[in-house]
Design a protein around this ligand. Structure first.
Ligand SMILES: Cc1cc2nc3c(=O)[nH]c(=O)nc-3n(C[C@H](O)[C@H](O)[C@H](O)COP(=O)(O)OP(=O)(O)OC[C@H]3O[C@@H](n4cnc5c(N)ncnc54)[C@H](O)[C@@H]3O)c2cc1C
Length: 416
């Protein structure tokens, strides 16, 4: 067994300390962050979103992703709040970005084998790390922020220390990981998933594939020194030749044919007496408002099996606290609350219900859905997901043609 001591390494001495941005894992904190951001969702966002001025200086972006990822607030909450304040035109850049999350989720729902293939590729890359010392050294240096490439090292440390990276930094980081350091993309995606508070199977896997050129085939994202200097406001200026700006796209299999997107089943929530709560949807209010009155709520602990390594303490703490705050917020509506440490405990607890039935918010492709596989419970799909996901049939360009109709439905406006 290799003694991986990444977290124990001391940071390179030349870099300034990272200023922490605190994310509080509750719906209340998410709503406060949303209302604080809403005034900036128009022009400020459109003009400033590509600039990364560093921790503590990111007013142009929302930093809502850790909340959205766990549905402490939903895409609909965000879209409604923003469109109450701005016209769809004025907020179109922001709205489009929110729909990227929706699109990636829908895309992966219809091609779950891409997630399975990622897991397989990660397993292979992890074996290689353990058997090839050169690869292991480069991978360790990248994870510890000790490659000697200043910008990359600073982002590696920032991610590990705060659980967040700006979108443009994620793109540069992934590009340097793949094309300059020559590391397997799956190990980079795994590094992100272990440390990002918003770590998400769909957005993360498909964005890494996009950077590598596997998602939009043949089109890859190459980070350049000039672009990094411009959009970091000169904080970083990679030296000439330091980055591989002439890399070829990665090669991989064609996309699998899409399967049908999940559909909403017509159920009467009054027929269910148990709710299963999990980290993929921490706003089950819509089920409670629609007639569900659980006698018991099973709370599934965050599954951590998507990585051969350990999830960061920060991510694990955030998720556990997010579950706790949700249970606290809804305590008068959940009945008896039963924590379940893993899928086996949950399955046994649901089996004990006898004739009573359990319902759970649909978990998209990923570890939670895997944990729920054998649990006999109705998966309730949100109307928003049911409307949007089936449109993720091809590229985002095609999907975005449906955005105005999807927005109208979200805002309760009849589209003719
Ligand atoms: C290599 C790579 C890996 C990524 N991994 C993740 C991940 O694990 N989890 C994750 O949530 N996002 C991921 N993203 C997408 C994006 O970088 C983050 O969602 C965004 O930076 C979050 O910051 P924000 O909330 O300030 O975004 P804002 O710019 O304020 O955008 C608002 C919201 O729109 C959505 N959004 C914005 N950009 C994207 C995008 N490119 N793809 C999907 N949704 C988007 C997010 O929900 C975000 O909170 C990744 C991007 C790249 C390039």
């Amino acid at each position: 067994m290799y003694g991986i001591t990444l977290e124990a390494r001391s940071p390179p001495p030349t870099l300034p300390p990272v200023t922490d941005h605190t994310f509080h894992p509750s719906r209340e904190a998410a709503l406060a962050a949303l209302s604080e951001f809403v005034p900036r969702a128009g022009r400020t966002y459109a003009e400033g979103r590509n600039f990364d001025h560093g921790p503590g200086r990111r007013d142009a972006v929302s930093q809502l992703s850790p909340y959205l990822r766990h549905r402490l607030i939903t895409e609909e909450d965000v879209l409604r709040a923003v469109l109450d304040r701005h016209t769809p035109d004025a907020a179109s850049r922001f709205v489009t970005e929110v729909f990227w999350r929706t699109y990636w989720k829908g895309w992966l729902e219809m091609r779950p084998s891409v997630w399975t293939a990622y897991r397989g590729g990660l397993g292979q890359a992890w074996n290689d790390v353990q058997t090839q010392s050169g690869l292991r050294g480069r991978w360790e240096d990248a994870c510890a922020g000790e490659t000697g490439i200043d910008c990359f090292d600073a982002w590696a440390r920032e991610l590990a220390e705060t659980g967040y990276l700006h979108n443009h930094a994620r793109m540069w980081f992934a590009s340097i990981w793949i094309f300059t350091l020559g590391l397997p993309w799956e190990l980079g995606a795994d590094f992100f998933l272990r440390h990002l508070l918003d770590g998400d199977p769909a957005s993360n896997t498909l964005s890494w594939r996009w950077v590598g050129g596997l998602q939009t085939r043949g089109k890859h994202y190459v980070a350049t020194a000039e672009n990094i200097a411009e959009y970091t406001g000169g904080r970083f200026r990679p030296a000439p030749g330091e980055l591989n700006e002439d890399a070829a796209s990665l090669d991989g299999p064609l996309h699998p044919d899409p399967i049908a997107a999940p559909e909403r089943s017509r159920i009467d929530l009054r027929d269910y007496s148990a709710l299963i709560l999990h980290i993929d949807d921490l706003s089950p209010d819509w089920l409670l408002d629609d007639g569900l009155t659980p006698l018991v709520t099973f709370v599934l602990a965050p599954p951590a099996d998507a990585t051969p390594l350990k999830m960061s303490d920060r991510v694990q703490d955030f998720r556990r606290a997010a579950l706790e705050s949700t249970v606290g917020r809804l305590s008068s509506r959940l009945g008896r609350v039963v924590p379940c440490a893993d899928a086996g405990a949950l399955k046994a607890a649901v089996a004990d219900l006898g004739a009573a039935r359990a319902v759970t918010p649909h978990a998209p492709v990923g570890p939670v859905a895997e944990a729920l596989t054998e649990v006999p419970a109705e998966r309730a799909l949100r109307p928003y997901d049911a409307r949007a996901w089936p449109h993720a049939t091809a590229g985002f360009f095609k999907f975005r043609k449906h955005i105005s109709a999807l927005l109208a439905a979200t805002r309760g406006i009849e589209v003719v």
